[in-house]
Write a protein of this length. Structure first.
Length: 191
């Protein structure tokens, strides 16, 4: 399998990260810097120079030639991750780009769930089929398909509460923001 390189547009990630660090040192009041959170949006087109300037300094652009997908990666200093994501989406929309999705790792296969918790794919399959474990495993997002996917945002609480796995509680902000953007797109089609 050959990896396809992604092209960077505008400033490179190293330059962008240094600019973000300078911005943090220059603008963060109080005793210490706010945590910097990294996330990506899928947008409808490559940004032009003016749009890049409006989004700077904490952004880098990636174009995936395999899927013709444009990703904008953001590093945002924030106390409230959900407010930072919402503000970035508003900024992207305001400059003439359209935020289509938030990149998440929410859709997972049984193999990915198994990898994340250190169990076999077969164990996960048996949990999902209620053949072992306490039952109540979340339903797949695409039941009946050859390769089924589950929402990690649904599986994680089940693993923590029903199976007593000591897993970090992942903030569902990116999943919620992605669902909101997808709903926005679908709502326009329903009119």
């Amino acid at each position: 399998m050959t990896a396809h390189p992604q092209r960077s547009v505008g400033t490179g990630p190293a330059d962008t990260h240094e600019q973000a660090r300078k911005l943090l040192r220059a603008t963060v009041p109080g005793p210490g810097p706010r945590p910097v959170r990294r996330f990506a949006l899928v947008v409808d087109q490559l940004p032009d120079v003016t749009q890049m300037r409006a989004l700077a300094p904490a952004v880098s652009v990636r174009w995936d030639p395999r899927t013709a997908t444009v990703l904008l990666w953001f590093d945002r200093p924030t106390e409230s991750f959900s407010e930072a994501v919402a503000a970035v989406i508003r900024s992207v929309d305001r400059i003439g780009l359209r935020a289509l999705r938030v990149v998440t790792s929410d859709w997972v296969t049984a193999a990915e769930i198994a990898h994340r918790v250190g169990r076999s794919r077969e164990t996960v399959r048996l949990w999902a089929a209620a053949r072992i474990g306490p039952g109540g495993f979340p339903p797949p997002l695409n039941p009946g398909s050859a390769t089924m996917y589950w929402s990690w945002a649904e599986v994680l609480p089940w693993l923590r509460t029903r199976m007593n796995f000591d897993l970090p509680d992942e903030e569902p902000t990116l999943v919620a923001a992605d669902l909101t953007l997808r709903l926005r797109e679908l709502t326009q089609r329903l009119r």
